[in-house]
Write a protein of this length. Structure first.
Length: 229
């Protein structure tokens, strides 16, 4: 060590606070605590209620894919207002008309649910969004882009609203539902092998949507091959 290196200083105990300094410390702590509570209250209020009425909380993740037997009917009905047991449906009797390929995203002008179930029979994946997430413009933009990308790839996919007048609400904290009517590709007419499939998500989850679509190619449909016009 050179002579220019300063010797290490000895540790010094901090001075014992006087009565006045103790009072100042306590007052400072109280002021900081009050500021923290006020800021926290503002942050909580901002999170709980944004200007557009939606919450700023992180959306709940997607659940697991639900698959179960259908009611074993592919019957057509002249009644457009079919009362479906599931919210939303993934199979069942339906109106003879389906919605033609070409439009990827629907708003309030959505066709009747019974028309869309006919699309499901022919191998469409439908993404239904509820009235709560419909207020989220960013989520709707994302979903519209996803739907359009699928149609650009000639994939039978549409996104439509699920209205309160259509039936029950989605499960708690879930605002997007994917549905698919699947069948045995080697024997599509085998009613025993047909399944209704659902995936519920708290928001628009692109990766989960991709996985769901890839799991059910068009040949796994009761009536695959609906024209792409």
């Amino acid at each position: 060590m050179s002579d220019l290196t300063p010797a290490p200083s000895e540790p010094v105990d901090p001075p014992t606070p006087t009565g006045q300094s103790t009072r100042l410390v306590l007052v400072g702590v109280a002021v900081l605590a009050a500021i923290g509570l006020a800021v926290g209250g503002v942050l909580i209020a901002t999170k709980d209620s944004d200007d557009d009425g939606t919450t700023g909380a992180t959306p709940a993740p997607c659940g697991s894919v639900i698959s179960r037997e259908t009611d074993k009917t592919q019957q057509h009905t002249d009644d457009e207002d079919v009362d479906y047991a599931d919210a939303p449906p993934s199979f069942g009797e339906h109106f003879p008309r389906w919605e033609p390929f070409g439009r990827a995203f629907y708003g309030d002008d959505r066709p009747p649910v019974s028309h869309l179930v006919h699309n499901l029979e022919h191998g469409y994946t439908i993404a239904w969004y509820d009235e709560a997430i419909a207020k989220d413009e960013d989520a709707m933009d994302d979903l519209a882009d996803i739907a359009q990308d699928y149609q650009d790839e000639q994939e039978r996919f549409i996104a439509v609203p699920w209205k309160s007048s259509d039936g029950d609400d989605f499960p708690d904290d879930m605002h997007v539902a994917l549905t698919r009517w699947s069948a045995d590709p080697d024997d599509p007419a085998d009613l025993d092998a047909q399944r209704g499939n659902w995936l519920y998500c708290g928001g628009v989850e692109a990766d989960a949507i991709d996985d769901f679509v890839e799991a059910f190619p068009n040949e796994r449909s009761p009536e695959p091959g609906i024209p792409l016009e």
